[in-house]
Design a protein around this ligand. Structure first.
Ligand code: SF4
Length: 495
């Protein structure tokens, strides 16, 4: 704990939820480095690369708990006219401590505040972020003449010679927006300070604030006492309806009265939850008619690296690197093929060509679960004109099972989700992902491949282990589709 000061991040946490602020200060979760290859880790790298836009800038290296030393170092650097910019500049005013990402020396003895984000644009809470910093800088007597956000420019294309960092970042002037918000800042501080010193955390009902602007780390604790079928899990329930249910003292989906106004889908979920019996639409058999078997089941994994890894690619561009394909025969036989790109080269062409080859000898329906594969195939067809006819032919065979599940089936074990990871185990008891550890979801798969592709891991055991984990995960996802499909067929009496 760095003491009971307000800081920039605590100020922002308090604006989101006072309980979150209290917990962060008085009962903080253990700090964990962001997982290797994750967007959070890439965000830290983006912050460091922004320094390259300010040649000659000097970093204040003191740690967060050395704030007084950091302030002294900042003052010394400001007094040295040869220093054009200060990174992690430290200030305090009215009990609020900040470390500014970049403080840029400007003509006329003034300074520019630069906040660096790895996002693709300006978000509302960034203005709060800049405004509280401007409040502290003004109070500390720093003549501030400009406030800018540096964010990632998703239109930037990496060249053959690597990243051009000044072009990678977009610089957005936010002077006007910060000036508008600045007068509100001091008035918010007393309530935040009071919360900071309270003996007990303030009460707060979990709600919309818990996920915005960031996903609160205390969600599990705050919702531990809620029923398993808490009304907040009912999809698309409006705030108005939630309030009405709260006024009736109803917290469980199963307890929602039959005459309470719900959408058709919400009523289906309520009824299935209350009865424990699945809902099956009368036309499910007809809807499944075009899905076979025989059929093929296709799933992609892709990464979206914020810092482009390959020439010709953009920040956050989706780059598919792996596919898995199961084939279910009319006789129930199951076959499997797969592809995982080599790291070090743009995976897209090998991905597309191997997929075309794997699918060329069949005209079976290709079952997917969401529009994701369709979108990636469209991207590839646009990027490789010579492969376009073959990729368009694959697109024409896609059959999306998700809308069928969403519209015609609800099983109490779905857990209010239509995700394949919820649907397959519900329709096929015993099936699951629990034995997968290193790669168990799409985000972990993306992070694993970014680690491989960025050369962060030397060749050897760990590379082989990660590649095996990626293959096992993607194969499991297409097997999940097979099992979900089989489960749906059972519901309509087809085995
Ligand atoms: S989970 Fe929600 S209510 Fe609980 S501390 Fe976080 S933001 Fe506040």
């Amino acid at each position: 704990m760095t003491g009971r000061h307000l800081t920039k991040s605590r100020y922002l946490a308090g604006l989101q939820c006072l309980r979150r602020l209290w917990r962060l200060v008085n009962d903080p979760p253990d700090y964990e480095d962001p997982p290797a290859g994750s967007p959070a880790e890439a965000g830290q790298e983006v912050g460091r690369k922004a320094h390259l836009l300010f040649p000659g800038g000097v970093l204040v290296e003191d740690e967060p708990w050395q704030h007084l030393e950091a302030m002294a170092r900042t003052a010394a650097l400001m007094a040295d006219a040869s220093v054009p910019a200060i990174f992690e500049a430290a200030f305090e005013h009215a009990g609020v401590r900040i470390r500014a990402d970049v403080l840029e020396r400007l003509p006329g003895g003034t300074w520019g505040l630069r906040e660096v984000k790895s996002s693709s644009g300006v978000k509302d809470h960034y203005i709060d972020d800049l405004a509280v910093q401007a409040f502290v800088l003004n109070g500390a007597g720093v003549p501030l003449s400009s406030a800018q956000l540096l964010h990632v420019d998703t239109g930037y294309v990496r060249g053959a010679d690597g990243i051009c960092w000044p072009e990678f970042f977009a610089r957005v002037d936010l002077d006007q927006e910060v000036a508008t918000l600045l007068p509100d800042t001091p008035g918010r501080l007393p309530a935040l300070r009071q919360c900071l010193w309270a003996a007990e955390p303030p009460a707060a009902e979990p709600g919309g604030q818990c996920g915005s602007p960031v996903a609160c780390e205390f969600w599990d604790d705050c919702t531990a006492g809620k029923p398993e079928d808490w009304i907040r899990y009912l999809p698309r329930l409006s705030e108005r309806r939630r309030t009405e249910l709260a006024a009736l003292g109803i917290e469980s989906i199963a307890a929602i009265p039959p005459d309470f106004p719900l959408s058709a889908k919400q009523a289906i979920i309520r009824d299935a939850t209350a009865s424990g019996k699945p809902f099956v639409a009368p036309d499910l058999a007809r809807l499944l008619g075009r899905f076979g078997p025989p059929a093929q089941y296709l799933d992609f994994e892709a990464m979206m690296p914020v810092i482009p890894l390959y020439a010709g690619t953009r920040p956050y561009q989706a780059l598919p690197f792996q596919w898995s394909l199961h084939t279910l025969g009319a006789d129930g036989s199951l076959g499997h093929r797969e592809f995982l790109a080599e790291s070090g080269v743009d995976p897209r062409r090998a991905f597309a060509k191997t997929l075309i080859t794997a699918l060329a000898d069949s005209d079976l329906p290709i079952i997917v679960y969401s529009t994701y594969e369709h979108s990636r195939l469209k991207d590839l067809a646009a990027f490789f004109p010579d492969l376009r006819p073959a990729l368009d032919a694959i697109i024409a065979r896609l059959a999306d099972l998700l809308p069928v599940v969403r519209g015609a089936v609800y099983h109490p074990e779905f857990g209010f989700s239509n995700s394949i990871k919820a649907v397959a185990p519900a329709l096929c008891p015993g099936f699951g992902y629990d034995d997968l550890e290193e790669v168990a979801d799409g985000a972990m798969a993306s992070a694993a491949f970014v680690r491989l592709a960025s050369g962060a891991i030397p060749p050897g055991e760990e590379v082989n282990r990660l590649r095996d984990a990626l293959l096992a995960y993607c194969q499991r996802d297409t097997l999940a589709m097979v099992e979900a499909h089989r489960g749906l067929l059972k519901l309509v009496g087809r085995h």
